[in-house]
Design a binder for this molecule. Structure first.
Ligand code: HEC
Length: 209
C-alpha cells in the first residue's frame, strides 16, 4: 500500500502548482497546520463566497455544472474544515448528496457499498506559513454503474480549480491509487478526520446529544 504514496505525492505537488493562485485577503493568526477547528472555520467564513464564485466561473466541460452549483446544498459530512496532508496540505470541507448520505455518514470501516449516483465533494483552501489563505480545488467523486470504470472501482474522480477550470489529470495516479490503496477495504473512502466528522442525523425525531 505504502509504495503508492510517492507517486501520488508527486502528482499532488503538481496540483499545488497549478492552483497556486490569487491571494484571498483572508488571514489567519497562524499557519494552516496549527489551526484549531474554530480558526479554520473563521478562515472558511471569510473565504467561502469567493471560493464558490471561483468554482462556478467558466465552462466545466466534462464535469456537470450542477455538481458545482449544488454541492453546498448536500449533507455536510464535516463539522469544520480539517487539515488534509493527502490533498496538498489543504483544509477540506466535505459534503455528500442524498443518494450517498446515509451510507457515507456511517463512516464505516468495513462493508461499505456506496449506491450508484453517490456524489461527494470536498472544497478546499490552504493557509500558508504566514497565515494567508488561498482557495484550493473542489475535489469530486461520483459512484457510477458497476463495470463502467473497473480500474477505479467505479468511482469517477474530478477536480475543479479555484478559477473554475476542470483540472486535467491522470485520475488513476492522481486520485484513485491513493484512495484504493489506502481505503480499498472501505469502498475507497478516506472520510474526514474523526474529530471533524459531522454527527449523523438520527433516523427519526429527537435532537443529537
Ligand atoms: C495521497 C492520498 C490521496 C490522494 C492522492 C487523493 N486523495 Fe482524496 N482523500 C484522501 C484522504 C486521506 C481523504 C479523507 C481525509 C481528508 O479529508 O483528508 C480524502 C478525501 C477525499 C474526498 C471526500 C470523500 C472521502 O473519500 O472521504 C474526495 C471527494 C476526494 N478525496 C477526492 C480526491 C480527488 C478528486 C483526488 C485526485 C485529484 C484525490 N482525492 C487524491 C487521500 C487522497
Amino acid at each position: 500500500m505504502r509504495r503508492l504514496l510517492p507517486m501520488a505525492g508527486a502528482t499532488l505537488a503538481l496540483l499545488l502548482v497549478t492552483s497556486a493562485a490569487q491571494a484571498s485577503g483572508c488571514i489567519a493568526s497562524k499557519p494552516g497546520t496549527g489551526l484549531s477547528a474554530d480558526e479554520a472555520s473563521a478562515v472558511y467564513d471569510c473565504l467561502k463566497d469567493a471560493l464558490l464564485d471561483g468554482y462556478r466561473q467558466g465552462d466545466k466541460r466534462w464535469i456537470p455544472g450542477d455538481y458545482v452549483d449544488s454541492f453546498r446544498l448536500w449533507e455536510r459530512a464535516s463539522r469544520n474544515p480539517a487539515f488534509s496532508p493527502a490533498h496538498g496540505g489543504r483544509h477540506l470541507l466535505t459534503y455528500v448528496n442524498a443518494a450517498g448520505a446515509r451510507d457515507y455518514l456511517r463512516f464505516s470501516d468495513s462493508d461499505v457499498t456506496m449506491p450508484v449516483g453517490t456524489l461527494i465533494a470536498a472544497e478546499s483552501f490552504s493557509v500558508d506559513e504566514r497565515g494567508r489563505a488561498q482557495p484550493g480545488p473542489l475535489f469530486l467523486m461520483e459512484k457510477v454503474e458497476p463495470g463502467r470504470s473497473p480500474q477505479t472501482d467505479d468511482w469517477f474522480y474530478m477536480a475543479v480549480a479555484p478559477n473554475g477550470s476542470p483540472m486535467v489529470m491522470d485520475v488513476i495516479s492522481a486520485c484513485s491509487a491513493c484512495h484504493q490503496g489506502r481505503f480499498g477495504q472501505r469502498g475507497g473512502l478516506g472520510y474526514p478526520p474523526v474529530e471533524a466528522r459531522a454527527v449523523p442525523v438520527p433516523a427519526s425525531g429527537g435532537q443529537p446529544e
